[in-house]
Ligand binder design. Structure first.
Ligand code: PMP
Length: 304
């Protein structure tokens, strides 16, 4: 495969039919988003946010791009901004992975840390404050920018449908941070399969199931407020996965499938196996593995 630049490598990731025993012999198909060049599902979003900024006249050749992020969106935004040589400042709560912050800097972005205890809300406030100070700045704000679900509805959903061709899809399971991934793909699949069941995955400590908010080790998913993209969305339910279960499946996937998955993927696999118990024999379930364990090695993700 001959390619001319890094950006041509974004998207068109593999869909793996997981070779494993499952409840009710359900087929679990996982979209392997760690194969994007920046290493995650959020490369798609980085390009979409910058392009929308240009299209709306909010970004021109000297505009500083500022975004609050847990990390992967920051890498995606830094990669996209590099294409247009735009300056980038990423506001990241200090707790998020060292590897992700290093990669953002490698792409030329400035990383500004906010206190971990202020969460993503603290990063959003800081990003807006910086933009006001700079003036010629643009905050795409993944948490409310419709380019976020749109890019997944436009690219990732159709890729799954094309790969499964005539196989009907019975259930879709995916984690939510901003909620863009879930909302966009769910809409795309639901348009074709109106009976589709959709389950959002969150770590214990996230608020979708009404449980108490607290910190968690599963990185990239979990919400501090209901994503605006979920307002009109009629999904089936929420699966709340403990950190222990998420990390168990991270280790399990390496040992049994030879696959390096991050903790949000571990949570997605744990939730998929729970959903499989509720599905008829031989049903088809699609899930998403957003990134790889390799960007969490400094957190001792394998405990080895
Ligand atoms: N997993 C990982 C590792 C992520 O970085 C993100 C994005 N924060 C997600 C899942 C969730 O994606 P979304 O923001 O689209 O809900």
């Amino acid at each position: 495969m001959l390619v001319e630049n890094t950006y041509d490598l974004i998207g068109h990731t593999p869909l793996m039919h997981l070779p494993m025993e499952t409840p009710n012999k359900v087929n679990i198909y996982a979209k392997l988003e760690m194969f994007n060049p920046g290493g995650s599902i959020k490369d798609r979003l980085g390009m979409a946010l910058i392009q929308r900024g240009f299209n709306e006249g909010k970004v021109h050749s000297t505009t500083t791009i500022i975004e609050p992020t847990a990390g992967n969106t920051g890498i995606g935004v830094a990669l996209a901004a590099l294409k247009y040589r735009l300056p980038v400042k990423l506001v990241v709560p200090a707790k998020f992975s060292f590897e992700k912050q290093t990669l953002m800097r490698a792409l030329g972005a400035e990383v500004i840390n906010t206190p971990s205890e202020d969460g993503i809300k603290g990063a959003i406030t800081k990003a807006k404050q910086l933009a006001a100070e700079i003036g010629d700045a643009y905050v795409p704000l993944q948490f409310q920018n419709t380019a976020n679900p749109d890019v997944y509805q436009r690219t990732l959903g159709p890729e799954i449908l094309a790969d499964l061709r005539d196989e009907p899809i019975d259930a879709f399971v995916a984690g939510a941070g901003s909620g863009g991934t879930f909302a966009g793909i769910y809409k795309s699949l639901h348009d074709v399969y109106p009976q589709l069941k959709g389950y959002v995955v969150e770590p214990a400590g996230s608020i979708l199931n009404g449980g108490p908010a607290h910190s968690h080790r599963t990185e990239g998913i979990g919400v501090e407020f209901i994503p605006p993209f979920f307002k009109e969305l009629k999904y089936t339910g929420v699966k709340t996965i403990s950190d222990d279960d998420a990390f168990y499946y991270v280790r399990w996937a390496a040992k049994n499938l030879g696959l390096f998955i991050g903790s949000s993927s571990g949570a997605a696999l744990a939730a998929s196996l729970e959903v499989a118990k509720e599905l008829p024999e031989g049903a088809n379930l699609v899930t998403v593995f957003p990134d790889s364990s390799e960007r969490y090695l400094s957190n001792n993700i394998y405990g080895v």
